[in-house]
Design a binder for this molecule. Structure first.
Ligand code: ASP
Length: 324
């Protein structure tokens, strides 16, 4: 009996201290892992949101780039971090596609995280190095079919959005190109602008400036509708690629077991960021907008990840692309 009450007292003390920790949270800087290189599209979204969240939380939210393995290195690191709210992840659609793409993923994207909230869904653009011969998406399709693996396609590794877009493209035209993986599409963009690689499909958060500045050639957007900030670009579907549609949603995650009160604080700070006129204006310049209010809750985000894993599974299996 005495042992039982001691155990109960201990459990209560642990519960109380978890509550107290959650109440004080955060008392020191928070690391936001971005699973891709600095200077890329995911990094851009993360830094905008982190700056606003820092103000709301009263502690710095410091972005740390942990690139490699299509985002699975950084995500895996956060899955194994202490569930105390001081290490969080900002990842994109790759959180869902990796579940099928990787035969041996050392974490479970659906169960090893607490979903904090969705951030933004970003259109992608199919772009080419300056001086690449084809003038339109249709011409580029013919060119790739004729030149096959002589054409180089840059991406951020298996599991990245640029990989997914390229995989959809290659399977819809029935031709393989040579893929060149990077730690993120920030460095891949440098090589595209420099003419070292031919093609890339990447988020507008990385490509808008380069397209508008004439540094790359742009063929099409991957969303069903046109992108306001790039009004002249046709959609992939208008360019003859039937059913081609992908938008790169981003979300924030904490390691599984992070107290709900901490997740709620992070979610509230994210909500402030997504209502911030400066963030909204910058997102608009970059071809995107915050997720609408009804899609920002942890509960919606959690179910959404599960639904996206199910949505992409048959597509990936159909393409037959896997990584170990
Ligand atoms: N968003 C890019 C991708 O998934 C990676 C990056 O953010 O650098 O391809």
């Amino acid at each position: 009996m005495r042992m039982l009450s001691a155990a109960l007292a201990l459990a209560a003390a642990i519960g109380l201290s978890a509550t107290a920790t959650a109440q004080d949270y955060p008392t020191r800087p928070i690391t936001m892992v971005v699973p891709f290189a600095a200077g890329g599209p995911t990094d851009t979204v993360a830094r905008l949101v982190a700056e606003s969240m820092s103000k709301t939380l009263g502690q710095q939210v410091v972005v740390e780039n942990v690139g490699g393995a299509g985002g699975t290195r950084g995500a895996g690191q956060v899955a194994k971090a202490a569930p105390d709210g001081y290490t969080i992840l900002l990842h994109h659609i790759g959180q869902a596609t990796a579940a099928t793409l990787y035969r041996k993923l050392p974490y479970n994207p659906a169960t090893d995280f607490e979903a904090v909230g969705l951030v933004t869904a970003v259109p992608m653009t199919m772009i080419a190095k300056p001086g690449f011969a084809p003038k339109t998406m249709a011409e580029a399709v013919d060119y790739v079919k004729a030149n096959k693996d002589k054409v180089t396609y840059g991406n951020a590794g298996v599991g990245s959005a640029s990989h997914l877009c390229g995989m959809l493209f290659m399977s819809s035209i029935g031709t393989q190109m040579t893929t060149v993986p990077y730690q993120g599409t920030g460095p891949a963009m440098n090589d595209l602008v420099g003419g070292q690689i031919d093609l890339m499909c990447d988020q507008t958060t990385n490509t808008t400036g380069q397209i508008k500045g004439g540094k790359v050639k742009a063929y099409a957007v991957t969303t069903k509708s046109h992108v306001k900030s790039l009004p002249d670009l046709p959609t992939m579907q208008e360019s003859g690629l039937k059913d081609f549609e992908v938008a790169v949603w981003h979300g924030i995650y904490a390691p599984k077991g992070t107290p709900k009160a901490i997740v709620d604080k992070l979610n509230a700070a994210l909500d402030v960021a997504l209502n911030d006129p400066k963030v909204i204006a910058r997102f608009a310049d970059l071809g995107t907008e915050p997720e609408p209010k009804d899609r920002r809750s942890p509960a919606f985000h959690k179910d959404f990840v599960i639904a996206e894993i199910a949505k992409w599974k048959p597509v990936i299996q159909g393409a037959g692309v896997y990584a170990d």
